[in-house]
Design a protein around this ligand. Structure first.
Ligand code: MLT
Length: 270
């Protein structure tokens, strides 16, 4: 069942989001250049036990498009403002994949009292190298000129493990559709924002809320080795590696990812 979307205007932008289920609140934050639909399977699996809030970040999906640069801090501020607008007072479990993880790190730095737990999926703690940042800025300009296609073609080979591409072409097609339909202005703004995101490696040891670090074994963007190091640096963090899975773990191995999330939430909230 496709989840129905609601909207709220916060920080000068209309944000679209799914808000489904009752119980302990869990917020799911999508990667780049995607939207909340990358969490469809988890919305389905978690909402019988939790209140699942899955926004489209500004510039993506059905949310409004704003500035030329949107930083990870700005996305985190939007999430906090959305929680306020929804009158969610109890601490949440914040779960971000890839760019969603960059946003989750910023949310922890700015709103840690709002957190009951963190889930970091297929993400990185380091900043871009100067070469990567320059490449992102160049790609942002190109997307504005030519549309999302060049970015989609550059990213697609890195997003899924080979087996998923062969065995589940419909999932790959679905992701391509989402990436292609996003507004070039929103894509460019987030790309520029990621290029200037801070390195949070030195702060990992300060994360003092229960944390789950989850990665696909074959993730080509945020490798399992890199994520194991993140888990080791966060006091008490749990580490789950999903066998045979690439970067888009929530879509590639939805049942395994949902099970890992439910187990973590069960220990934390019940
Ligand atoms: C993502 O999946 O959000 C992106 O791969 C993040 C990035 O480009 O660093």
């Amino acid at each position: 069942m496709k989840a129905e979307m609601k909207t709220r205007t916060v920080n000068g932008v209309e944000l679209a989001f799914v808000d489904r289920g009752t119980g302990p609140p869990v917020m799911l934050v999508h990667g780049f250049p995607l939207d909340h639909t990358m969490w469809d399977a988890q919305i389905e699996a978690l909402s019988p036990a939790c209140r699942v809030i899955a926004p489209d970040l500004r510039g993506f999906g059905r949310s409004g498009v704003t500035d030329a640069v949107v930083t990870m801090q700005r996305f985190a501020d939007d999430l906090a403002a959305l929680l306020e607008a929804l009158e969610v007072d109890e601490p949440i479990v914040l779960c971000g994949l890839s760019m969603g993880g960059y946003v989750a790190f910023q949310f922890w730095q700015r709103y840690r009292l709002r957190l009951r737990g963190l889930v970091l999926c297929d993400t990185r703690a380091v900043a871009d190298t100067p070469e990567m940042a320059a490449g992102r800025l160049e790609m942002a300009d190109r997307v504005l000129r030519e549309g999302p296609a060049p970015l989609v073609e550059a990213m697609m080979p890195k997003l899924f493990a080979k087996a998923a591409v062969e065995e589940r072409p419909e999932v790959v097609r679905c992701l391509r559709r989402v990436m292609t339909s996003n507004d070039p202005k929103g894509i460019a703004a987030a790309g520029r924002g990621m290029a200037q995101r801070p390195d949070v490696t030195a702060t990992l040891g300060e994360i003092d809320c229960p944390t789950l670090v989850l990665v696909g074994e074959l993730d080509a963007i945020s490798t399992a080795e890199e994520m194991r190091r993140i888990a080791r640096a966060i006091p008490g963090a749990r580490f789950v590696e999903i066998a045979g899975c690439g970067h888009m773990s929530t879509m590639e191995k939805p049942a395994e990812v949902s099970a890992a999330l439910l187990e973590f939430l069960g220990q934390l909230c019940y």
